[in-house]
Design a protein around this ligand. Sequence first.
Ligand SMILES: [Zn+2]
Length: 191
Amino acid sequence: MRCLARAREHMRMRPINLIVTHCSASPNGDTLFRGKAGDVGFQTPVQIIDEWHAKRGFQRSSAARVRYNPSLRAIGYHYVIYRNGAISTGRDVTEIGAHVTGYNQKSLGVCLVGTDRYTPAQWASLADLVGALRKRYPESRVTGHRDLSPDQNANGIVEKFEWLKTCPGFDVAAWIEGGMNPVAESTEVPQ
Ligand SMILES: [Zn+2]
């Protein structure tokens, strides 16, 4: 019960109405693991992304770090989906992310490792995660980073010529409407 009360308290602190899908913009096929597990210098994708975001000047608060993933000092996303399908966490859901200009306050950021080709395992994990988040935050809309670019001609649709970035490289709305199945032209089967 205490746990439920805490979750409610968090929703008051930071209501979530948007789930934003991103890509890491690293080469398709690169797992973003560096070195071998157990060896000195071994790094996981969240650690790599954390370094990138630190270099860009992102910073988590020390209070947030004490509560959640203390070793990550900067990462702007809440979840990262590895090429093997593993889902790793970055910021806590109660923490404001740093992943999309103008929409961080009430959103969660989910990042797929890659640029525009994802593995079947990533598609499965994305569907599981987004499914779970939509249950937890029923008010939330699911979208792609590129769809939050400014609507320059104010016709109510963010069109391709208006995209500031192509992230995450596929049409998230169509993916949702299609039942969250892998998008064929954005799928890469690992060798
Ligand atoms: Zn993005």
